[in-house]
Design a protein around this ligand. Structure first.
Ligand code: NFS
Length: 671
């Protein structure tokens, strides 16, 4: 039977993406969307029932009682597959953190071109917290010591990684009791690989306990280091106006897309694009200048700090090339599709790889070296400008939305209380009163197996209506941005009455964009600070909060989910489960799924589940939030208690005569 191919409307909810998919069809070009239609996922592998760890297999376990040739059971195989994915995700994030730490070291010692320490206050706070002397010392000296300390965390063999110290006291005690505090970032990743080699760890619960340790080495290790250093070098984000979607590309400018993850290169390209020499070079080529736009987490890094527009999320990488208007796509690491090179051959677009770790056959490689960062960035931009003359017919969808990203935890703290009273008290109080029912973090990727952005936005919109404050990162945040939910008061009519009052009073969007995927550590920090503020229990697992990755696809997402569970959060993934096991569940083939849910909840207060149905995801989120509210003895959530203050009230009062308005506002009798 011929496979059913989905229509552009079935592939994506984004109208700009639909236009590009129609263009792909007209040009007979494939994309991840069409390839996903043609390639059915292997139902043995996708359920975690295939073991290919040694040369005796691959072994496929399809029936009750099947084992691999070595005797491995399905739960051992599933646990091994899961920890390997978590280790790969933790390695990717943490290697990014390592490179950031090396850049900090090089900047501190004057070995780079074009970088400087932008957030000296954060440098001092973070260094002091890590036991580094700061009084009377130059920022470069402090940065040098902090870089050394951070670099040492990756290869540390014994003890505890230093950033663990920031977790709530009770949580640290629990991790120590469970023996899961990471000793060193690399050590836990290596041990995960060792334990899963043929003939090693074969107790699924024991394997998964190390999965927790490995993921903690990411969230409370490598990723947290990445966020710290990015803020120190490039500035801690604060709200800024930006734009998102393919309509940010410009017909009369040289369009350069930066795609990938590390801000080191993209920040320098932003700087170079504003250099008079480059602007003049572009003008000579007949363009008005260079127009930069981001894809994936690189987009989030430069959007949060400089307001550089985001061309889109993960599934927009091919679609941006289909506009025919991109002179160069500059990539570094992670989430870069190999298909870009073949697709770009149909246009004039140059794919430029820059990382010593990532080359793609057929792409142009201009290796990035921080010692010559600005010169390399200029060279890359000149290559793009030279390519402008080769541009053919273009079709840029005239669709984009404005947004206000930049909600670092430092800014959230500040916005709630101002410079003198910066505090999480107002947020905690709003949750205690029931104005805010709870908090949901919606994060993670796009996945062409589901309709692009649909699950992200369906879940987000439903939770906002229920007065759940939503924070987002990664490609999920860009999905919300494209829908216009990240702009000031826009979209507030879709928000529950209590949450709306809070948004209006503080002047924030109903969804807070907190950054890239490594910046999920900002969410850990916010949760910790909420706990430390008091009134919401004494550990993260007591906060009425849930983590959701409705369209996940990458191993990094699994690492993030696991460190959030270890930190006490209920985490739900959408789409298929990598540990679903036998379809009829006749045996204990769902033992692993059961263990990462109930088993982890008993140990850590957080649990991980894979829920295909978004309605069920929403229902479970609300049940969990209400359960946590009840356990804290908080007032029962009731939306009818709110909605009569803030802007809504002011607008109602506006039309009343002055005396009546005064009476309503101040209780002064109308005369
Ligand atoms: Ni996250 Fe960033 Fe997007 Fe998924 Fe990829 S960009 S690190 S992995 S696809 S959210």
């Amino acid at each position: 039977m011929a496979k059913k191919l989905r229509t552009p409307e079935e592939h994506t909810t984004d109208p700009a993406a639909q236009q590009m998919l129609i263009r792909a069809d007209e040009l007979a070009l494939g994309t991840a969307f069409s390839r996903a239609d043609k390639m059915s996922p292997c139902n043995i592998g996708s359920a975690g029932m295939c073991c290919k760890l040694c040369g005796m297999g691959p072994c496929r376990l399809t029936k009750e009682g099947d084992t691999g040739i070595c005797g491995a059971t399905i739960d051992t195989i599933q646990a091994r597959n899961l920890i390997r994915a978590i280790a790969a995700g933790a390695a990717a994030h943490s290697d990014h953190g390592r490179d950031m730490a090396f850049t900090l070291k090089a900047v501190a010692n004057g070995h780079t071109e074009g970088y400087q320490i932008r957030d000296i206050a954060k440098l001092r706070i973070v260094a002091q917290r890590s036991g580094i002397e700061i009084e009377g010392r130059a920022p470069e000296d402090i940065a040098n010591d902090l870089a050394d300390l951070y670099i040492s965390q990756f290869g540390q063999q014994r003890g505890e990684v230093v950033v663990i110290d920031r977790a709530p006291e009770k949580r640290k005690k629990l991790w120590r009791e469970q023996g899961v505090v990471p000793r060193g970032v690399d050590r836990e990743v290596v041990e995960a690989l060792h334990r899963t080699h043929i003939g090693d760890d074969q107790d699924p619960e024991h394997i998964l306990s190390h999965a927790i340790r490995t993921a903690l080495a990411d969230g409370w290790g490598g990723s947290m280091i990445a966020t710290d250093v990015s803020d120190i070098l490039f500035g801690t984000p604060a709200p800024v106006l930006g734009e998102a979607n393919l309509g940010v590309l410009k017909d009369d400018m040289v369009n350069v897309i930066v795609h990938g993850h590390e801000p080191t290169l993209s920040q320098m390209i932003v700087a170079a694009s504003q250099d008079p020499e480059i602007i003049e070079y572009a003008r000579k080529a007949g363009a008005k200048g260079v127009n930069l736009a981001g894809i994936c987490c690189t987009a989030n890094e430069i959007l949060m700090r400089q307001g550089v527009p985001a061309a889109g999320n993960f599934l927009h990488q091919e679609l941006s090339i289909l506009t025919g208007a991109v002179e160069a796509m500059v990539v570094d690491v992670q989430c870069i599709m190999q298909a870009l090179v073949g697709l770009a051959e149909n246009f004039h677009t140059k794919i430029i790889t820059t990382s010593p770790k990532v080359k793609i056959k057929g792409a142009t490689h201009i290796e990035f070296d921080e010692r010559y960062a600005l010169s390399t960035a200029k060279r890359i931009l000149k290559t793009a400008i030279d390519n402008y003359a080769n541009r053919g017919q273009t079709k840029i969808p005239q669709i984009k939305e404005k947004l206000v990203p930049g909600f670092s935890h430092e800014y959230i703290n500040y916005m709630l209380g101002g410079s003198y009273r910066a505090s999480f008290r107002p947020l905690n109080d709003a949750i205690r009163d029931g104005r805010i029912r709870g908090v949901a973090a919606i994060v993670g990727c796009n996945n062409p197996r589901s309709q692009q952005d649909y699950l992200h936005n369906k879940v987000a919109k439903a939770l906002l209506k229920e007065d759940v404050l939503v924070v987002e990162t990664g490609c999920g945040a860009i999905a919300a941005a494209k829908l216009g939910l990240l702009l000031g008061e826009a979209g507030l009519e879709q928000v529950g009455p209590g949450l709306r009052e809070v948004c209006e009073t503080i002047g924030i969007p109903p969804i807070l964009h907190m950054g890239s995927c490594v910046d999920n550590t900002r969410i850990l920090t916010v949760l910790t600070q909420m706990v430390e503020e008091g009134g919401l229990g004494d550990d993260i697992d007591q906060v009425p909060a849930v983590g959701l990755a409705p369209e996940w696809m990458s191993e990094k997402a699994l690492a993030i989910g696991t460190y959030c569970v270890a930190s006490g959060a209920y985490v739900m993934f959408g789409g298929a489960s990598p540990v679903s096991g036998m379809p009829d569940k006749v045996s204990d083939s769902d033992a692993v799924a059961h263990f990462i849910s109930q088993g982890w909840e008993e140990r850590y207060g957080g649990k991980m589940e894979f829920i295909g149905d978004p309605e069920e995801m929403i229902r479970r989120t609300l049940v969990h939030i209400d359960k946590k509210r009840e356990a804290l003895g908080l007032r029962q959530y009731n939306p009818d208690n709110f909605g009569d203050s803030g802007d809504t009230r002011m607008m109602t009062l506006e039309n009343l005569p002055l005396a009546e308005r005064r009476a309503a506002l101040y209780g002064v009798a109308a005369d």
